[in-house]
Design a protein around this ligand. Structure first.
Ligand code: DSN
Length: 422
């Protein structure tokens, strides 16, 4: 880290400053394909590191348990108004610390321990907090889980309906972390209504696409929308819960005092800036470019013999099944990392391998799109992935090093938002 960029940190704690500097170089020089990551703007970074950090503000704007809230109230009220406007909802709570606490607040608002809850199984593309066994949500509640069809990789809405009517869960979660296809919120809404369940759309992955009009919105279909703010939405690490007016009190009470103490005001400020950015026409273009890039990358990977769960993508995310390549997901992910391409290994539906050593690799286009790469670059990206996976199979380290150099050369021409040129 150059002393001029963060002079106080470099002077006070040069060791820590050197770690941050190294991370800046890493994020500049690599091709970051983890679909839940992004680059925030310089404005979001600045807003997230302000003296708002110094305030305790338990409560909500106009109703706090601490004095001195003249400015914090305005920050939080602005974030709330922007969230409501952007997503077209009655009510927004911008205080959840992150996605898992946000979802826990939903349980607290609508269910009691032991109640039946329903969500997509984690290995099928769901999230831990949708009632999966190793999560508190799967041990304090009775989780029943749906999946995708083995032959298509798509959700079978008839099967979801059958399960919901058999189990009558208190809560139904739709959404997840490894779903490459459009979620039919209207279909889930009709199932939830029939089953008498509260419907929650966890749109953490696709919130930015929804904001930019590149994925249908759950607003008007679901009771509660849960989202993180740092994935396609391109804000700081945080979360929001949005709902119909009838649920506003229950949601607010569950977040505070039910689950959390003081909100992280510096994060709230960063969220407000991100929501402002996401309301601009340039963000609409960004969201559509993310999807166009993902579709182009999926097509280029298919051309190179990769097997993709569901055969492609409708959104920002691609789940590669490497079973046919004879390279396990973890081996491939680590080789890609050495080649300067950052991904995560991931289970694929019906994976015969274990979660810590699965068959798949999960990639996505939010970060590379933030850097300005377009559809024309996707065959090159697919080529690098293909060469790195082949090199992983052969243990060919020089081939990985060659890809790393080519990646760094291209990325140098596309400066990352919020980062200095490495
Ligand atoms: N960890 C997030 C992801 O990578 O999708 C989900 O919580």
């Amino acid at each position: 880290m150059s002393a001029s960029r963060h002079p106080a940190l470099s002077a006070t704690d040069p060791e820590l400053a050197s770690f941050v500097a190294a991370e800046e170089v890493l994020q500049s020089q690599t091709l970051r394909l983890i679909p839940s990551e992004n680059y925030v703007s310089a404005a979001v970074l600045e807003a997230s590191g302000t003296v708002l950090q110094n305030k305790y503000s338990e409560g909500y704007p106009g109703r706090r348990y601490y004095e001195g809230q003249q400015n914090v109230d305005r920050v939080e009220a602005l974030a709330i108004e922007r969230a409501k406007g952007l997503f077209g909802v009655d009510h927004a709570n911008v205080q959840p610390y992150s996605g898992s606490p946000a979802n826990l607040a939903v349980y607290l608002a609508f269910a009691k321990p032991g109640d039946t809850v329903m969500g997509m199984a984690l290995p099928m593309g769901g999230h831990l907090t949708h009632g999966w066994g190793v999560s508190a949500t799967g041990s304090w509640f009775r989780g029943v889980q749906y999946g995708v069809q083995a032959d298509t990789g798509l959700i079978d809405y008839d099967a979801v309906r059958d399960l919901a009517l058999a189990e009558r869960p208190k809560l139904i979660f739709c959404g997840g972390t490894a779903l490459p296809r459009t979620i039919d919120f209207a279909a889930f809404a009709s199932i939830a209504e029939e089953a008498g369940s509260v419907l929650v759309a966890d749109v953490a992955h696709i919130a930015g696409l929804i904001a930019g009009g590149a994925h249908p919105s759950p607003a008007g279909h679901v009771d509660v929308i849960s989202t993180t703010t740092h994935k396609t939405l391109r804000g700081p690490r945080g979360a929001m819960l949005m709902c119909r007016e009838e649920h506003a009190k229950a949601i607010d009470k569950a977040v505070f005092p039910g689950l959390q103490g003081g909100p992280h005001n510096q994060t709230t400020a960063g969220i407000a800036v991100a929501l402002h950015e996401a309301a601009q026409p340039s963000f609409t273009a960004y969201a559509h470019a993310v999807v166009a890039n993902a579709k182009a990358l999926a097509a280029a990977l298919l051309e190179r013999g990769f097997d993709l769960v569901s055969g492609g993508t409708d959104n920002h995310l691609i789940l590669i099944d490497l079973t046919g390549k004879d390279v396990p997901g973890k081996v491939a992910a680590k080789a890609l990392d050495r080649a300067g391409i950052v991904v995560n290994y991931n289970t694929v539906p019906f994976d015969p391998r274990k979660p810590f050593d699965p068959s798949g690799v999960r990639i996505g286009t939010p970060s590379l799109t933030s850097r300005g790469l377009g559809v024309a670059h996707m065959p090159q990206v697919a080529d690098w992935i293909s060469r790195a996976v082949d090199a992983a199979a052969k243990g060919d380290e020089p081939a990985l090093a060659a890809v790393r150099t080519e990646v760094a050369d291209l990325m140098a021409a596309f400066p990352a938002p919020g980062l200095p040129l490495a």
